[in-house]
Design a protein around this ligand. Structure first.
Ligand SMILES: *Cc1c(COP(=O)(O)O)cnc(C)c1O
Length: 386
C-alpha cells in the first residue's frame, strides 16, 4: 500500500471496547463515543455494534454517526457554535439530547423547536471551573475558555425554565478537557458535580448527568498500556459521585477508545544532516498528523525497516512548507536510511480525523488489520502488502 497510510488494529479496538463496556456496565453507566476522535466509517460501524451512543459536535458528525449505525436515541450533540441548520437536523432526526452552551443558543433551540411544532431535549453544559492539568490547548473546563455556561447562568436558566415551553430539560453536561491522566482531576470533577446539582436543583437531582470524556492514553510507552485504565476511571466516579438510582449517568469517550488502535505508517524520503541535527524527512506531515505541530504533542516513532543496533537522534519532519511540520523531535532510532518505513504510534485518535489537504496533499489512505491478518479492509480496496 502506498505510504503514508493509517493502519488500524481491529482486534485491539474490540478488546478496548470490551474493556470499556465491561467496566461501565458494572455501574450502569451509559457510554457515547466522541465521533470527533475518529469518524472513519469502519470504526463507527464497529463501535455502534457494541451498542454505544455517539457524541457529536457538528451536523455532519450526526449524519456520519447515523450512517455508521448509531441509534439516534443514543446521540448527543455539543458545541459552542451550532448553526440553525444543525439544530434543525438534530431535532428532525430525533437525537437524544442537545447539550446547550449559551443563553442565546437555548433561545434559538426553543424558537426552532416551536417552529417545528415539537419539543427538543436539552441539557446544560456547565463550565465547572475545574483545571484538567492537561495541555492548555485541550483544557475546556475553566473560565479561561469558550465552552459551556457559567454556574450563575445555569442556575438562572434552571430557575426560569418555564419560559422554554418547547424544551425538556434533562439535566447537566460537563467536559473539562482531554488527555487527562491524573485520576484526582476526575475526582475533583465528581465532587464539583455533587455541589452543582445540589445547588441547581433544590427539589431533587436531574435525571441526566453527562460527565464528558477526557481519559488519557499512554503516548510514551503505548505497548505497556494498550488498553487505558477504564477500571480506575469509572471507579473514581462510582466512589465520588453522589447518585440516586434513578439518575442516568453518561460518559463521552473519544481518545481512550480509539487512540491506541491506530498507527501512521510513513516512508523516509531523505535523510540529511544540518549542523548537529539529523533530519529524517518522511512522506507524512501535519497533513496526516497535526498534533505535534498544534500542541507539541508527543508520539512514539519506530523504524520497522532496520535492525541496525547503531542508534542516532533524529528530527522526524514532514514534507510540507511549514517550519512546524514536525512529527517528532529528538527521536532515538537505529541509523535510518532513505526508504525505511517508520511507524508513528497511538494515531487512532485525532490523526485521520484532523487530516487536511494542506499543500494539496492527498488525505492518507487507511487499512484495517487484525492480529491474524486474516482480513484487511482498505478504503480503495487495494491489497495490503507486508
Ligand atoms: C472532545 C470531546 C469529548 C471526547 O474527548 P476525549 O478526550 O477524546 O475523550 C467528549 N465530549 C465533548 C463535549 C468533547 O468535545
Amino acid at each position: 500500500m502506498k505510504t503514508p497510510y493509517y493502519q488500524y488494529d481491529l482486534q485491539l479496538l474490540r478488546q478496548t471496547l470490551d474493556a470499556a463496556t465491561r467496566e461501565a456496565n458494572k455501574y450502569g453507566y451509559t457510554l457515547h463515543y466522541a465521533v470527533k476522535a475518529n469518524a472513519n466509517p469502519v470504526i463507527l460501524n464497529e463501535i455502534s455494534s457494541y451498542g454505544l451512543g455517539a457524541d457529536c459536535v457538528s451536523g455532519n458528525e450526526i449524519s456520519a454517526a447515523l450512517s455508521g449505525g448509531f441509534n439516534p436515541k443514543g446521540i448527543v450533540f455539543a458545541g459552542v457554535g451550532k448553526t440553525d441548520e444543525e439544530i434543525e437536523l438534530a431535532i428532525a432526526r430525533g437525537i437524544y439530547c442537545i447539550h446547550c452552551e449559551s443563553v442565546q443558543e437555548l433561545m434559538t433551540i426553543q424558537k426552532i423547536a416551536s417552529a417545528m411544532q415539537t419539543t427538543a431535549n436539552v441539557a446544560l453544559r456547565v463550565n465547572p471551573n475545574v483545571d484538567a492539568h492537561t495541555h492548555k490547548h485541550i483544557t475546556t473546563g475553566t473560565m479561561a475558555n469558550k465552552f459551556g455556561l457559567t454556574v450563575e447562568e445555569a442556575r438562572r436558566i434552571i430557575k426560569n425554565f418555564d419560559r422554554y415551553s418547547n424544551l425538556n430539560l434533562f439535566g447537566l453536561h460537563f467536559h473539562i478537557g482531554s488527555q487527562i491522566t491524573e485520576m484526582n482531576v476526575f475526582e475533583e470533577l465528581a465532587q464539583r458535580v455533587n455541589e452543582l446539582q445540589h445547588d441547581f436543583y433544590a427539589n431533587g437531582e436531574p435525571a441526566y448527568l453527562n460527565l464528558g470524556g477526557g481519559l488519557g492514553i499512554n503516548y510514551q510507552n503505548p505497548d505497556s498500556e494498550l488498553i487505558p485504565p477504564f477500571m480506575n476511571y469509572f471507579d473514581v466516579f462510582a466512589r465520588n459521585l453522589n447518585r440516586n438510582s434513578w439518575q442516568s449517568i453518561h460518559f463521552e469517550l473519544g481518545r481512550s477508545l480509539v487512540g491506541q488502535c491506530g498507527k501512521l505508517v510513513t516512508r523516509v524520503l531523505y535523510t540529511k544532516k544540518m549542523g548537529s541535527k539529523n533530519f529524517a524527512i518522511v512522506d507524512a506531515g501535519m497533513n496526516a498528523l497535526i498534533r505535534p505541530a498544534l500542541y507539541g504533542a508527543y508520539h512514539r516513532i519506530v523504524n520497522t525497516s532496520t535492525s541496525s543496533s547503531k542508534m542516532e537522534r533524529y528530527e522526524v519532519v514532514g514534507p510540507l512548507c511549514e517550519s512546524t511540520d514536525i512529527l517528532g523531535t529528538n527521536v532515538l532510532m537505529p541509523v535510518t536510511q532513505r526508504n525505511d518505513v517508520l511507524e508513528v504510534l497511538s494515531c487512532g485518535a485525532y490523526a485521520e480525523a484532523m487530516s487536511s489537504r494542506i499543500n494539496l496533499r492527498d488525505i492518507p489512505d487507511y487499512c484495517f488489520t487484525n492480529q491474524l491478518q486474516e482480513k484487511t479492509i482498505t478504503k480503495t480496496g487495494a491489497p495490503l502488502q507486508g
